[in-house]
Unconditional design. Structure first.
Length: 335
């Protein structure tokens, strides 16, 4: 690994305030205080970053390393802290109300299966346990009874990120189609997320002008906004460098195209449980001829197969790890 790559890894950790020493891919390490993460333990990140850079020409790798070093990655412990801050802000906003009169309606998974939003619901429950009922956290509102909904004074529509605003707006639209009486009720409505883009903010404010917007971390920037990652003078050249690879990774498949991220959002963000499709596709999209750095969960198992060399190296590292743990008086059950 060259110095430029090593420097980019250090900048990535620093940018995200991540201490790589506390994360592990091995679930059993949680017994020793490690936090489980499939992407950011150093040896995993170094290996995956090396493979990822192989997708790009030598002259273009420096551009992608600059993007990587500004990639906003949210591991579990930082995510839980953000949710705690979100709860504090929400309590101030709803200080005149009883929290037990509030419903939290999360954006539903279009496939009806587990999605990243379930992790948000669990983290919110941990913060509010004892102050609300678990029935107030709604991940699939199609199961609700309209009469019960109308008993509430507040409804908060929640998502982890509002990038274009399309998903949130569609979720709200479906909610009112399912429960038409709620539209003309005295319920106060909110739209809430941890992250928001300027584009998403404008869209939601236009479409849902009667709702209060609550955001925890402020506005996300486009990767190709001037004087952010690249200077304004080199911006066009850098975007032209990235575009052919985005065409390769984000090409249309099953009627979906993600060149420059969904709807060309051009974001650089990922959570420990999922990478939003608004992120540049070169970071998460797996194709026959493109290997991503942070595969989305639906593609992770397929794209994470190890070579024979990697398996041998992994066994050596696990043996060394077991020796260290035993020398500290611990134990290890790894096979």
């Amino acid at each position: 690994m060259n110095k430029l790559t090593e420097q980019a890894i250090e900048e990535f950790y620093k940018y995200n305030k991540i201490d790589d020493k506390i994360y592990s891919l091995n679930g059993k390490d949680r017994l020793f205080g490690f936090i489980l993460d499939r992407n950011i333990p150093r040896e995993i990140l170094e290996t995956n970053l090396t493979h990822w850079l192989d997708n790009f020409g030598l002259d273009d790798q420096e551009t992608f390393l600059a993007l990587f070093s500004h990639f906003r990655y949210i591991p579990k412990n930082i995510f839980e802290y953000m949710v705690t801050c979100f709860v504090d802000r929400m309590k101030k906003e709803l200080s005149e109300y009883d929290l037990k009169e509030t419903l939290f309606v999360f954006v539903e998974s279009p496939k009806g299966c587990k999605s990243g939003i379930d992790d948000f619901a669990v983290a919110l429950w941990e913060c509010l346990k004892g102050e609300i009922w678990k029935e107030q956290l709604i991940t699939h509102f199609s199961m609700l009874n309209e009469k019960k909904i109308l008993e509430n004074r507040n409804i908060i529509f929640v998502d982890d990120i509002i990038a274009t605003g399309f998903s949130m707006n569609e979720n709200i639209k479906k909610f009112f189609e399912k429960f038409p009486q709620c539209k003309n009720s005295n319920i106060k409505y909110y739209v809430a997320s941890l992250f928001l883009t300027r584009r998403g903010k404008k869209f939601i404010e236009k479409k849902r002008s009667n709702m209060t917007l609550m955001v925890e971390k402020g506005l996300l920037k486009s990767a190709f906004r001037g004087n952010y990652i690249f200077s304004s003078d080199e911006l066009k050249k850098k975007e032209e460098c990235v575009l052919p690879y985005e065409d390769k990774a984000g090409k249309e498949y099953d009627g979906k195209k993600y060149v420059m991220g969904f709807s060309e959002s051009k974001l650089l963000i990922g959570f420990y449980y999922e990478i939003p499709n608004n992120t540049l596709s070169t970071f998460w999209r797996h194709t026959e001829d493109f290997t991503p750095l942070f595969p989305r969960s639906s593609e992770h198992a397929f794209s994470s197969k190890l070579t024979l060399k990697e398996i041998i190296e992994k066994k050596k590292k696990m043996a060394n790890r077991a020796y260290v743990i035993n020398s500290m008086g611990g134990y290890d059950e790894s096979e």
